[in-house]
Design a protein around this ligand. Sequence first.
Ligand SMILES: [Cu+2]
Length: 674
Amino acid sequence: MALGEVTFTLNITVAYGAPSCFARQIVLTSGYFEPAIIINQGDTLRINLINNIPASFPTVSDGISIHYHGLRMSGPAAWLDGVSYIGLCPVAPGSSYQYEFKVNDPPGTYLWHDHAAGFKGDGLEGPLIVLPPRAGPPVMPLPGAAPAWPPAAQPDLWSYDGDHTLFLNDWYHATTSSMLFRLNQPFDAAKVTNDSGAWNWVGNPQAVLINGAGFYGDCALYPVAGGGPTPPACAPSAFTVAAGRSAQQPWASNNNPGCTHTQVTVEPGKKYRLRLVNAGLLVYMSVCFEGHNVTIIAADAVPVAPVSSQCVDVNSGQRIDVLLTADQPAANYWISVVPQYRTGAPAGYAVLNYAAAGVNASTFPATPAPQPVNITPWTNDMAAKVVLAPELLVPSADPKVARYRRPDQASLAPPAAASKVVYVNLSQPLFSENGQLRWALGNVAMPRTPPCQPLLSSLRKDPKYLTKQAVPASQLNGTGVGPNVLVGTAGPSRTSPVYYEGLSPVPVYPSVGLHIVELAGGAVVDLIVNNNAANSFNGDLRPTVGATRTAQEQHPFHLHGHRFWVLGRGSGGNYNATAHAAGLNTANPAYRDTVTIAAGGWAYLRFVADNPGIWPFHCHILPHIFMGQQLYFVEDIKNLAKPPSKTPKYNFAPYTKSWLRAKYGMSGWELPPL
Ligand SMILES: [Cu+2]
């Protein structure tokens, strides 16, 4: 294999494991739980994905597909972005597929995860670290960059003595698919908090894992101060062994390898890079370092002007890199991962261990473990911590970071003016016809993805493919006839109705369908997201239900294929040009791929449509995307690269209507064409 070509075999299996001290079925990758993929900028990455998940394992898509979160995936790689409805079919049980693409993206912290089904929440994910270019060829320039691209091994922008990743995910004791199935059931306000066959929210996680290790609350909510590394309460008698499972399984014995915590060992006086990755399904996290202020150096793989803080906010899909100097008295210190905006959610804990005489590496810190903020604030010191809003993390002005920017971007500033403005209003409609509760953008909820229906190939064959399926404007006028639920009524050639942004009038009543925004190549797009309507239940024809619920909440929105500038964010209502336009930061705004839209607030984003493909814009909370909280930018398709010569083979034989109805529930999966 030539230098710069890196192949990883990801053999995906299901096993029993207990990363939180509680045994359940988990997904392993070549025998590892959530392993890292580490490559160098300029490498050709080959991912040999083998799906050995049993066909009998419950799933919402019967296949897996890897998304490389944060990578641009331009040119031919647009087909390999891993959203199975868009590019390729998922890799079915018993089959395999090899992704191959060149990673030109800047060095930094990314993540990989399944984007076909719920397996991300079962462990089918991990860090994706791009290191600076390796020594010697081949090192490919970014598209459009000067040929004198780094010719030899490049040091990173920062010097440090050690490099650690803290991969964070909230963790449930039910499989993700089993939770998603319940979101597909009819909504009944009286039954949302119990498992009674009705619509059932996933609820709070049972644990927060740090590098695949954590403590399940029933074992011990948090480790005991000064205790040994195995929490005393985490005894075999505390485990729940489900009926019908064997007592010989390892979690039912004293030998429980999964029940542990993560320890980060540092040498006194040295400096470390810590890569914080929130890969969670649901929870916004504040990561706090007891006794230490860390320096934030990068956000979503973009170097930022350094900021010092004890706590660092990282929402699902975001990555924050910090430098930590071990300059405190040699001891053990807590690293706590505190959930925000989810009352009662548990925290996660790791130990920062100084490798020094007199420090016992096998005990917990002497101070009490900080508890989740919603129970008791961190040792009364919570007021002193700094929770950093993303708009404070502006790109570094250091000339050395120019190579982290867009190749044609000479300054920190985005293009001065937009050529297209897209408004997105978030809402949570309830469809009276079938009792489905959804999240919608612009009153359109995207359907659950059928097993496979790649739009890219359909569009490449027929650029008018989606236009032909568009819902006529006459059906969108909302003249009092009720919500537009056109599923199943759109004719045999349609997978689901297609809603184009820009229709006039826009759908007044909530609808279900493909939500498409077309972008011409080179367009400068302003994307204004308002999150103020979610608790109004607009379109809900049963106001008694809406009156008892408040669905307004924060959402971490992620854009595929791009980074965007965050020109502004606000709370307390929708974006209002008169009040807010003058305050937008067009000089050096944050440059991210995932941004938090505050509950009841707004965000003003800008990006350039310079990457032909189909790029989802979606909430990174997995249950929310399953409930429809996404749209697709269909971008400059006429300049789309050719598809890969090989694509996953997919067997559609099982997908009869009756089979799908039985599998996905009476409330109605949006069926693929049969
Ligand atoms: Cu959301």
